[in-house]
Design a protein around this ligand. Structure first.
Ligand code: NI
Length: 247
């Protein structure tokens, strides 16, 4: 009788231990899943239905500043578009690969930062094609958008460069060192639905300002997209973009 009672007690203890284990396991699984929900959002999940905004960075890559900007984009789970110079690709392929891995777009900013309006049709095509050849080598595909240096274009450029020409709606003048707080305030103040913000991945003040700009824009409800995503979402009617063949 005593032995049976002991056995029953052992069985009960085992059941209790099993139940406790099960509890711990569910708690662990719950923590694991809720941790997943709280994880840094990806570019596609930040303010999914919010007003659209495209951050753009020109003239790089300059590995120190560009990498800093990529770190900030990754931290906040948003994407941007980098208008890269063909002449700066060689030796910096890893930086370009990281841009794409983070969901960023790489655009063509010519090979030598040329004023395309001063070039012959042939020279114009060469500036674009040589840069796309560098992208093919580094990434396996060409760019699908072009930003003409200085924003200079004319009818001849539009004919000779059969890509969407991406200009901007907000110019930050950040190619020179800027006060970080002032730069951040200006960008946050001027941002509006469908805007394309012109920046450069050259000055460390730009990279530092991004760490304030992104959370402020996220808080205002903005959804960050690449330039090609903005073109698709606006059906080519974005005011900062001149579509090929368009008026
Ligand atoms: Ni430029």
């Amino acid at each position: 009788m005593e032995k049976v009672k002991k056995n029953a007690q052992v069985a009960q203890k085992t059941r209790k231990a099993a139940a406790a284990m099960l509890c711990l396991l569910s708690l662990f699984l719950f923590l694991l899943s809720s941790r997943g929900e709280d994880a840094v959002p990806t570019a596609t999940t930040v303010n999914e239905n919010g007003p659209l905004l495209a951050l753009t960075f020109d003239d790089g890559p300059y590995p120190k500043v560009t990498t800093h900007i990529l770190d900030v984009l990754e931290k906040h789970g948003v994407c941007a578009t980098f208008f890269v110079l063909g002449s700066r690709v060689e030796g910096r392929e890893e930086v370009l690969l990281r841009m794409e891995a983070l969901g960023c777009e790489i655009g063509n900013h010519t090979f030598s930062h040329a004023d395309l309006t001063r070039l012959s049709a042939e020279q114009c095509k060469e500036e674009i094609d040589k840069t796309n050849a560098e992208f093919e080598r580094a990434l396996g595909h060409p760019a699908s958008v072009v930003r003409p240096p200085y924003g200079f274009y004319n009818a001849a450029v539009r004919k000779n460069v059969p890509y969407p020409l991406v200009l901007w709606t907000v110019d930050t003048n950040d190619w020179r060192p800027r006060n970080v707080a002032e730069l951040a305030d200006a960008v946050v103040r001027e941002a509006e639905d469908g805007c394309v913000i012109l920046m450069h991945d050259q000055q460390s003040s730009t990279a530092e300002a991004m760490d304030a700009i992104i959370p402020a824009l996220v808080a205002k409800g903005f959804r960050f997209v690449t330039v090609s995503e903005l073109i698709a979402a606006t059906d080519g009617a974005c005011k900062a973009v001149k579509m090929p063949g368009g008026g």
